[in-house]
Design a protein around this ligand. Structure first.
Ligand code: SAH
Length: 463
């Protein structure tokens, strides 16, 4: 980020603009929304600008800019549409201590003016550091359509009501009140009765919230999917939006945590101190403690919480304290990975069942029905299978599996650094050792990437 966005207090301060044509007018239209004192300096001044001056919105000085003109100015705009003149006036303003913007000259400007969605006092500023003005315009159009026009009025009236809402306890209760006001009761009252209907609606709503019984905490066990934030469900997003506390796994990506409500407390349950895992009992206690404090706890697990997620232990801990909970499913690594190699988990005339197996369990390397898996056409998605690759390979070969059975390892599924490695059962262990994967990886036994499979089939035809 080369430009840090801030909202500058300009009420009663000077903003000086040099230029009197179209570029100047475009900037002035924005600047006139502020309570700053505007001065326009230029030898030629367009009629519209004169009209604004006549209406008392700005002051004009009809000559070229001179030293002294930008004294005490907070901001200065060079908008002469003439590079040499812009450079000259910018140097003057700079020497006089103003922050300088040269229209259409990012490199020599000290600040830039964002695209604005104006629901005063709610203002959304959009900037792309000059990289993609088209994108900024599209985002602005999208927000303009989405934010109710009454939002500004509601925010203004809401502000006068803030003290009254102090009777509600800080945190979720207050937040619930405001979100109901801004997105439900407020717009409705405004629509029905106009501005005068808003304050009574606030009072009625506050009464209802004061008399409502103390809300209790609850826990959402949420699937975060394999890493790509677009693979989150809408329910998961909504839960993250409302969470007071997010307790997440080691495998949940930063990009997804970014989506959590800004005030939410984020706890990494995958690490403690210098990287050792938090014990399951400690995680259970953490979830319970926050829920008993009346918080909305999101227990965020990679993939789907019901797949190798130790979900049941956590549910038992929560129900032991009569804490209500929901399970919000996510896309498990196997689903995302199989999509990544263009295959199906099940396929008519190939496999009518698929196994999700783990490479190791609490007792060490996990045992499975190797004999059944060794049959031709069987498919298994192996989670946590890196360390146990040699063991799995040995068991399957011992039970008669074809050494040429395709095996595909997918690391960092759905992320920018996803890696697909196609091999065979015979080569599984050496391939994995050579690849030395650092990220999470899932192994498909019995599936090759669609392209590789197509190539192999063609080769067989020629054989
Ligand atoms: N609940 C998770 C699985 C947790 S077990 C799910 O439904 O996906 C952890 C194992 O899941 C990892 O060892 C790895 O085998 C697999 N896994 C999870 N996320 C992955 C990812 N993004 N890419 C590859 N494998 C992943």
């Amino acid at each position: 980020m080369k430009h840090f966005p801030i909202f500058l207090a300009v009420e009663g301060r000077r903003i000086v603009l040099s230029g009197g044509g179209d570029a100047a007018m475009a900037k002035l239209r924005l600047l006139m929304k502020t309570q700053a004192h505007l001065t326009v300096i230029a030898p030629q001044i367009a009629d519209d600008i004169r009209k604004w001056a006549a209406q008392g919105k700005l002051r004009i000085i009809e000559r070229a800019m001179e030293p002294g003109d930008a004294l005490c100015a907070a901001l200065f705009y060079a908008a002469n549409e003439d590079d040499a003149e812009d450079a000259r006036v910018a140097a003057i303003a700079h020497a006089e201590g103003a922050l300088v913007n040269i229209v259409d000259n990012l490199a020599d400007s000290q600040f830039i003016t964002p695209a604005i969605v104006d629901r005063d006092p709610v203002t959304v500023a959009i900037g792309t550091e000059g990289a993609a003005p088209v994108l900024a315009r599209a985002i602005k159009a999208d927000l303009e359509a989405r934010l109710p026009t009454s939002l500004g009025v509601l925010a203004r009236i809401g502000k006068t009501f803030r003290h009254a809402v102090d009777v509600l306890p800080m945190g979720r209760k207050r937040r619930d009140f405001w979100s109901e006001f801004y997105f439900n009761h407020g717009p409705k009252a405004f629509e029905d009765k106009g501005e005068t209907g808003v304050l009574p609606a606030l009072e009625t709503l506050l009464d209802a919230h004061i008399t409502a019984k103390q809300s209790e905490g609850h826990v959402d066990f949420v699937g975060a999917g394999p890493g790509d934030p677009e693979l989150l469900t809408l329910k998961a997003r909504n839960a993250l939006d409302k969470a007071d506390v997010v307790i997440h796994d080691r495998l949940v990506t930063g990009e997804i945590l970014e989506l959590a409500r800004r005030e939410a407390i984020i706890i990494d349950a995958g690490k403690e101190g210098f990287g050792a895992s938090m014990s399951q009992a400690a995680i259970d206690a953490l979830i319970v403690q926050h829920a008993l404090d009346g918080h909305h706890v999101v227990r965020l697990k990679a993939g789907d919480p019901t797949v190798f997620g130790r979900l049941d232990e956590e549910i038992e801990a929560v129900t032991a304290h009569d804490i209500p909970y929901r399970i919000i499913p996510g896309i498990t690594a196997a689903s995302a990975a199989v999509a990544g190699i263009g295959q199906s988990l099940t396929k008519r005339n190939r496999n009518s069942a698929v196994r999700l197996i783990t490479g190791h369990d609490t007792k060490g390397y996990a045992d499975h029905d190797w004999k059944a898996l060794a049959q031709p056409g069987e498919v298994a998605a192996i989670y946590m299978g890196k360390k146990s690759a040699r063991f799995i390979q040995g068991r399957l070969l011992m039970h008669g599996a074809d050494p040429a059975t395709p095996v595909t390892i997918i690391e960092n599924v759905s992320r920018a650094d996803q890696q697909i490695i196609a091999t065979t059962l015979a080569q599984l262990e050496p391939t994995l050792t050579r690849a030395d994967l650092k990220g999470p990886a899932i192994t498909f036994y019995g599936l090759a990437p669609r392209d590789a499979q197509a190539r192999a089939e063609t080769l067989q035809e020629f054989a």
